[in-house]
Write a protein that binds this ligand. Structure first.
Ligand SMILES: C[S@@+](CC[C@H](N)C(=O)[O-])C[C@H]1O[C@@H](n2cnc3c(N)ncnc32)[C@H](O)[C@@H]1O
Length: 460
């Protein structure tokens, strides 16, 4: 069972870089709470005093001052709201918080239930409760001063409170950004790196010993989509890895096949297959599945060999590519293709959704007007295992895919499918996103209805 799990693309949680003991988590949380409380107080009080002393709002009548105060509460709440999300991520990832009550509530609920929603609500109640309690001294101070001193009016007190709220809002935003940056850096460290940790043989052994359900679906989808591709033109495979399982389906249509990947080691693995090295990976089960998807019932051995031979003949270029470059093909190469196929590449190259979107746009930019993009991505995955090491995945779903491809291709030219694999023999890996898109001949994106197919998971 464990071995099978390793042989599928495993959906894993965010890697836990933190091996902190329970005591250390509490110590860190207590220290962070103290620092955070004092800093918030200092920032909010300073902002309140500065605003009141500046006389900027001095001439305003009472109603306008009240409106201003209401506005500052909205700003404060917005900052708090952002911080609640980040505090939740911090608790889930590290078991620590910048708010000791939030952690206490979170831990307590975690003992009682496995519900993530319950943990999230408990953490939020602890956090907001503390923030509201912290407001009390401000009210006491402001209105106490207004009552006891003739030189402080109720408007001054309200302006001070408004300033303190604005200071608190800025502080909450700043804290959220800081924690987010920390979590991001931590995640980046926790993932394996392609440059040092990727072993082509491990990837082939873990994923391509047999035709797994996700690949059955991906190949079937690509075969179907290739029926609409323009024949007699070069086809580009972007981020092909050490694999050829998607390449066979393009061999009959393509005039040439160009294979691009980031790692020379992956391209060397492909070279082994091209020169018929006996140690090269055996792709024949995948060729068989491709031919079956094309409509051949039980293809004969010669038919499989024939497709392998055509494929060898069509592959004319192996390219080193890099999505981190604005021109991913390199050397200022602005070449565009009639068909670009990129499976599990952009979503493997980063754990960051914004970077993923940039990478997807770069791949889409390689499609010429009137051309086709076929792509696949892991759905809602934080990472996948290769040789026991976790490589990144940016947790994207079909909405993210549509959001990034629609502006490039137009709604009417885009098909996005979700293949839910749970309950279909795939162990630990939940679902994939498959997409095909056609660029309009004039290169502009269209506006009509989105063709959109969801394959609901019957087994759930
Ligand atoms: C999970 S593999 C997918 C390989 C193949 N397409 C498949 O379906 O099995 C991800 C690929 O992305 C490539 N990759 C990683 N970083 C990249 C980058 N910055 N630019 C282009 N490709 C990259 C890796 O070398 C690797 O081959």
């Amino acid at each position: 069972m464990a071995a099978t799990a390793l042989h599928t693309k495993i959906r894993v949680g965010r890697p836990q870089a933190s091996n902190l003991s329970r005591t250390k988590r509490w110590i860190i949380t207590l220290a962070a709470t103290a620092v955070s409380t004092y800093t918030l107080d200092a920032v909010a009080t300073t902002a309140g005093v500065l605003l009141a002393a500046s006389h900027l709002l001095h001439g305003l009548d009472h109603t306008l001052v009240l409106l201003f105060l209401a506005g500052t509460y909205v700003a404060w709440w917005a900052g708090l709201h952002v911080n609640l999300k980040v505090n939740w991520a911090l608790l889930e990832d590290t078991g620590t918080s910048t708010n000791v009550l939030s952690k206490a509530a979170y831990d307590l609920v975690k003992l009682k239930t496995r519900s993530a929603r319950a943990r999230r609500i408990a953490a939020a109640i602890g956090y907001v409760g503390t923030e509201l309690a912290k407001e009390t001294p401000y009210y006491a101070g402001a209105f106490g001063a207004a009552l006891l001193s003739d030189s402080v009016s109720s408007n001054d007190a309200l302006i001070f409170l408004g300033g303190a709220n604005l200071g608190a809002a800025v502080y909450e935003y700043g804290l959220a950004r800081g924690i987010r940056a920390f979590l991001h850096r931590r995640d980046a460290r926790a993932y394996a790196a392609f440059e040092t940790d990727w072993v082509p043989g491990e990837y082939l052994a873990d994923y391509y010993s047999t035709v797994e359900p996700d690949e059955r679906r991906t190949i079937a989808f690509f075969v179907d989509a290739m029926r609409d591709a323009t024949p007699g033109e070069p086809v580009l495979f972007f981020g092909v890895g050490p694999t050829l399982h998607h390449v066979f389906l393009a061999a009959e249509k393509a005039s040439e096949i160009h294979l691009g990947d980031y790692l020379p080691a992956n391209l060397r693995e492909i070279e082994r297959w091209l020169r018929r090295d006996p140690k090269a990976h055996n792709w024949r089960p995948f060729v068989r599945h491709t031919l079956e998807c094309e409509g051949l019932d039980g293809p004969a051995a010669e038919e499989i060999t024939w497709r392998e031979e055509i494929t060898r003949a069509r592959i004319t270029q192996l390219l080193e590519v890099d999505l981190r470059r604005a021109d991913p093909l390199g050397g200022g190469n602005a070449h565009q293709y009639g068909t670009v196929i990129s499976a599990y590449c952009a979503d493997s190259a980063t754990d960051d959704k914004v970077m993923w979107a940039t990478y997807m746009r770069r791949i889409a930019g390689l499609v010429r007007p009137g051309g086709t993009l076929l792509t696949a991505a892991l759905r809602r995955s934080r990472g996948y295992l290769v040789g026991g090491k976790t490589f990144p995945s940016p947790d994207v779903d079909e909405n993210d895919m549509r959001a990034v491809l629609e502006p490039c291709f137009g709604r009417e030219n885009l098909t996005v499918e979700v293949c839910d694999l749970a309950g279909r023999g795939s162990h630990g890996y939940a679902s994939i996103i498959l997409a095909r898109a056609h660029r309009r001949p004039n290169g502009k994106s269209g506006t009509v209805a989105l063709e959109h197919t969801f394959q609901a998971n019957q087994a759930r």
